[in-house]
Ligand binder design. Sequence first.
Ligand code: HEM
Length: 313
Amino acid sequence: MEIYEQLKEKYSAIGQDVDVHLKGLLHSKPITYWDYIQTDALLGLQTQRTNQPDEMVFIMYHQINELLFKMILWEIEQIADNEELTPDFFAERLDRISRYFDMLSSSFTIMGDGMEVEQYMKFRDTLTPASGFQSAQYRMIEFASTELINLIDIRFRETIDRDTPFSHAFEHLYWQAAGKNYKTGEKSALLFNFENRYMEDFITFMKKYNTLNLWTKFKSLPEATQQDTKLINAMRHYDHTVNVLWVMAHLNAAKKYLNSGKESVEATGGSEWQKYMHPKYQKRIFFPELWSEDEIENWGITNLEKHEIVEAV
Ligand code: HEM
């Protein structure tokens, strides 16, 4: 009866008769695992373009990545939209986000070791000019993690500040270098198609996260919490996993396939990938204030496996 009264209150608040809803329960089908998880829809999304079995590994692993990217963005959003952020809530969500990215980095051998080079070389030709470069969620994770200036191509950082229009900053994001000829301004199909589809969404997203990204949220925590070594280490762990470990795992997989012949082949997206992808050139760092000068200098060069600090920096 107590539950009935609560339900009655709930439904009358929206002008509904609880008894009708309860009668509906008499005929409704019980939920099943497959309806709830939508397994049929999920497992119907793997469509090969070739007859090479390993193309399935490639497709499915990318889809798994996109699902994990979505989980990461979900947690970042919980932090961003929380107007009464507590240190515990922040730390717990950050740990979740890190666990997901740890999983992405440590599982990258599924790409590196899990496909036959010969098969890869066949199905890759059907993918041009598409590339993982065009993963919108990956870019959103970046926008949502750090101050925009840290994503600007290192060569143009001094020309951009908080008063620069978003559209101008966008043209100077580090990843423009993968597809833009800076002398002629001409963009490759890889970049042109990507922007055509997502640029407006990205600008809206960039505006939101300009003040709500993980770094600004961290800076909004009490001063003492910001000095907490455990939290600083968790921030550094996330930064290092995304911007060094994952990047290196990705680069090494790319090298294995694209350097497999006598000469290295062009990437499907057509970038000068060897140079573009190595972390030491772009020095993408989400939280530069949490790293020493020496660590930044050696970003992606020395192995920062021991990236935990003992004392707060
Ligand atoms: C054998 C597997 C893979 C190879 C050979 C490969 C190769 C490449 C290359 C060469 C690029 C540079 C852009 C271009 O295409 O010209 C690139 C960019 C990228 N790929 Fe992959 N990739 C692989 C797997 C993946 C997977 C599983 C993901 C996960 C979604 C992914 C996500 C990305 C992202 C986000 C970028 C842009 C990175 C940046 O801008 O620094 N890639 N990839």
